[in-house]
Design a protein around this ligand. Sequence first.
Ligand SMILES: *[C@@H]1O[C@H](CO)[C@@H](O)[C@H](O)[C@H]1NC(C)=O
Ligand SMILES: *[C@@H]1O[C@H](CO)[C@@H](O)[C@H](O)[C@H]1NC(C)=O
Ligand SMILES: *[C@@H]1O[C@H](CO)[C@@H](O)[C@H](O)[C@H]1NC(C)=O
Ligand SMILES: *[C@@H]1O[C@H](CO)[C@@H](O)[C@H](O)[C@H]1NC(C)=O
Ligand SMILES: *[C@@H]1O[C@H](CO)[C@@H](O)[C@H](O)[C@H]1NC(C)=O
Ligand SMILES: *[C@@H]1O[C@H](CO)[C@@H](O)[C@H](O)[C@H]1NC(C)=O
Ligand SMILES: *[C@@H]1O[C@H](CO)[C@@H](O)[C@H](O)[C@H]1NC(C)=O
Length: 622
Amino acid sequence: MSVLFVLFSASLLYCSAALPYPYNTSYHIDCGGQSPSTEIYNVTWLRDLFFSGGAFGYVSEPLHFSNEVEKTLRYFPISSGKKNCYSVPLPSGRYYIRTFTVYDNYDGKSHPPSFDVSVEGTLVFSWRSPWPQGIHRDGAYSDLFAFVKDGELDVCFYSIATDSPVVGALEVVQIDPLSYDSARTGDGYILVNYGRLSTGSEQWGPGFTSDPDPFGRSWQSDTQFRNQNSKSATTITTKEKISGTDQAPNYFPMKLYQSAVTTMGALEYELSVDAKVDYLLWFHFAEIDSTVKKDGKRVFDLVVNGMNVSRVDIYKEAGGGFAAYSLNYTVKNLSSTVLSVRLEPVTGYPLLSGLENYAVVPADMSTVPEQAVAMRALKESLRVPDRMGWNGDPCAPTNWDAWEGVTCHPIQNNTALVITQIDLGSQGLKGYISDQISLLSNLVNLNLSSNSLTGALPDGLCQKSLKGLDLSNNQFSGSIPESLTSSNLQLVLLNDNLLEGRVPEELYSIGVHGGSIDLSGNKGLCGVPSLPDCPLFWENGHLSKGGKIAIALSCLFFIGIVVLVVCIIYIRRRRNYYDFALPQDLISVAAKRNRYQRQKSLMLLEMESQHAKGLSSIPLNQ
Ligand SMILES: *[C@@H]1O[C@H](CO)[C@@H](O)[C@H](O)[C@H]1NC(C)=O
Ligand SMILES: *[C@@H]1O[C@H](CO)[C@@H](O)[C@H](O)[C@H]1NC(C)=O
Ligand SMILES: *[C@@H]1O[C@H](CO)[C@@H](O)[C@H](O)[C@H]1NC(C)=O
Ligand SMILES: *[C@@H]1O[C@H](CO)[C@@H](O)[C@H](O)[C@H]1NC(C)=O
Ligand SMILES: *[C@@H]1O[C@H](CO)[C@@H](O)[C@H](O)[C@H]1NC(C)=O
Ligand SMILES: *[C@@H]1O[C@H](CO)[C@@H](O)[C@H](O)[C@H]1NC(C)=O
Ligand SMILES: *[C@@H]1O[C@H](CO)[C@@H](O)[C@H](O)[C@H]1NC(C)=O
């Protein structure tokens, strides 16, 4: 039996060693870093990339930090806008995302900033001044697992009051999409790390030691999380191989199971949490005490917040010693900010190798994708200044204000957000209105007044939803599009632009039906009361349809006359032939005479007219 088991575990190990980790996308960005670097643990760091704005800073006590990348940082002063982002292009998938946040009085103001951080439009971290002293000086890592579905990871920073958010490093590692039981729970949530403990060991993993973890996870020591009663727990370690580790989908590293703690009595942990969301707990076990050789020798109950969750017999569940066994449990409806975990002995003493605790944060609503596309196009075309912070998702997260000057609303079934209002009056804008504005199908009010915008009003400007349109005091040119006649429009201010041409009649009727409309101060609008009549055949700087028809008709008429005259002459001449059937030479003489006569009469007319103009008369040459 034991021989069989050894063979089995050896083959498992062989398999896991033979299969390389199949997810190969990762970025390690040294925020504020000016050049790429490789740190002591062989991680290659990129210079600062993919940020929307801000400036770089340097910690005040660089010798205090062992890792080069921890010494530089990027900060986002309010002049770069209230919201700034790192937007990293990635294949869609699931990612481990880690930030390093450091202040260390880099700005000499002794005021660590208050700010929020979102990932893919969902609020994940909140930093509030004052920070705990240790973090203020040393900085801190924070990490989570999130799905990226749109080919770009957005990590955004939102300034509270006028503080400047800071970030020291950003790491992104692709992970197995099925990890952490997502097949059961779906992809509509983010798992935020609230404690990832490797019991009986020091902090280890990428960024801290050269111990590998394919997901990039680092593992903390458990000592500070142990309850007072468990402070004196005993550490057990082994160098033996542990079977069932480094396997899809979770790739838990073997090192996690090579140390454990045990205690005579109950083993207790206390984890601090925020009470608003659910928490996902993962427990890791492996029987690494070689004196435990059969089922039933070590049995204990797992109790979470006083609830008996499961009875555990590691040897039995793992199918032997030196084999990994993990189980998960979701804690719901928390009533306090402490999550307590107890391993209560039944037979022998409890043993624990690792414990992970994740806040299960439901993904926030985000902007309907095509409207987000339209807003990005408008940001470009209107040349919205950086200070307005038009970065990341226009509307999400819902806890934050939308882009400055933008108002959003959830759609009816609360699954997404749409743009209902844009107020960018008097912002010194110098661009034009992108055609993509036609994608904003829920826009109710648009105010771009008192800027220096140019170009034509796009055809798709007017949605059915649009009620108020204030484009006054710009340099818009061309004509008012026929489509600008939505029956819902109640306010149309186009005054003081360079518009010309005929005003669509339905547009004018807005004023008649109790709305307000101002078309004054334009270059050449016409055709409705209070404006000049439009030139008959001239409209919008071109020939009107009527004009074209008129010209076509007069051409036809003229051609008709010419044809008629030619016909008459021809018929006359033919009649001559028949009437006066002259002999051959007489015909030619007559023809000559005819020609002559005509010449003479033309010349005569000419003479007469020149004479009339006071020119000397030329004697007629008979
Ligand atoms: C990464 O993996 C994908 C398949 O998962 C493969 O198509 C791609 O070539 C790999 N890229 C690199 C750089 O190895
Ligand atoms: C880093 O890489 C170098 C060369 O590839 C190797 O010699 C060294 O042992 C590695 N260091 C660590 C900590 O893995
Ligand atoms: C705890 O629950 C398990 C089943 O999940 C059960 O077998 C065990 O007896 C329970 N322990 C106590 C003390 O009730
Ligand atoms: C996680 O827990 C759930 C519910 O207890 C269970 O159905 C699921 O199989 C567990 N997943 C793993 C990978 O253990
Ligand atoms: C949590 O609370 C909700 C309502 O607030 C309730 O429907 C649900 O049954 C509770 N779940 C548990 C596990 O107590
Ligand atoms: C919510 O409404 C939108 C359209 O308004 C629709 O496309 C989407 O499928 C709806 N989602 C759900 C979950 O009902
Ligand atoms: C548009 O914005 C300007 C200032 O930004 C404001 O004065 C004006 O009243 C607004 N127009 C409407 C119709 O509200």
